[in-house]
Design a protein around this ligand. Sequence first.
Ligand SMILES: Cc1cc2nc3c(=O)[nH]c(=O)nc-3n(C[C@H](O)[C@H](O)[C@H](O)COP(=O)(O)OP(=O)(O)OC[C@H]3O[C@@H](n4cnc5c(N)ncnc54)[C@H](O)[C@@H]3O)c2cc1C
Ligand code: FES
Length: 273
Amino acid sequence: MESYLPVRATLTAIDRRLADHLFTLVPAEPLAVQPGQFVELSLPGLGAFAVSSCAAAHPAAVRLCIRRAGRVTAALYELDEGAVLGLRGPFGNGFPLAAFADRDVLLLAGGLGMAPLMGLLETLLQQRSAYREITVLNGARDPASLLFRPELEALAAQGLIRAAFSVDFAGDEAAATLLAGCRVGLVAGLLGTVPLRPAQTTAAVCGPPAMYSCVLPQLEELGLAAAAIYATLERRMRCGVGHCCHCVTGGVFVCRSGPVFALDELRRLDGAI
Ligand SMILES: Cc1cc2nc3c(=O)[nH]c(=O)nc-3n(C[C@H](O)[C@H](O)[C@H](O)COP(=O)(O)OP(=O)(O)OC[C@H]3O[C@@H](n4cnc5c(N)ncnc54)[C@H](O)[C@@H]3O)c2cc1C
Ligand code: FES
């Protein structure tokens, strides 16, 4: 029952440059979140919500990219450095790193989906030679909303990855400079613009449900095996440990068996996609 108890965590940094802010927390006890796993972040007296890590696992610090969505996240946005919050977890299975080893890696993100994929990418880069070509396709609604673009461009400039960006809308005049280097259209449109070797590629996809319904079949049509396409399922999590049943989908606890599933597993879960 230990994981029901939150660990005290101090908010040490808030990066407010983008609409979705980045929060760094230092837990009072070591808490390493593997890529694709999630934690429950609680604001005392207000509530808690599930959030993935957007950095490689580090026991001394947890980095989260959080969108202001509703009551609890809005309250978080009002806090300053030094605030003390609660962290429970880590929960869930995370991405299976062995499935990416010695393979080309394709990371395909829509909007906030780039957050957990950034955690995965940082982890892969810690052992860069264990993976072949790494391609990141990152889409957002407008140029100013693209997460981690400078970081991805810097990695591409070093030859460590290939990166391509897309935006649904060109944005206003102020966004014109940011638009350079972005394709206008849905992120799925980027798939035709980069050379892929489907038979030797493992993909990780993260984004809104509407993106899954078009991107996952498209990856299969390109020749990727369903067992080599991983996606994360977002459900209303509460306990994170298989007790409250809030996350049950197709008869499985998404908080325990997921949130990362291969496409062939997802197809067996009624109502998953
Ligand atoms: C495994 C997992 C990982 C997540 N990772 C991140 C992350 O890295 N960054 C981030 O900003 N958010 C993430 N989320 C979503 C985050 O948990 C919700 O946005 C959060 O619960 C909102 O809390 P709130 O009290 O501010 O909003 P609420 O008032 O609870 O909700 C605001 C709106 O968002 C909807 N909503 C809330 N949670 C979900 C959900 N899980 N699925 C679908 N709709 C939802 C509500 O129906 C409502 O319309 C993740 C969720 C899960 C399950
Ligand atoms: S979140 Fe409670 S059972 Fe999954």
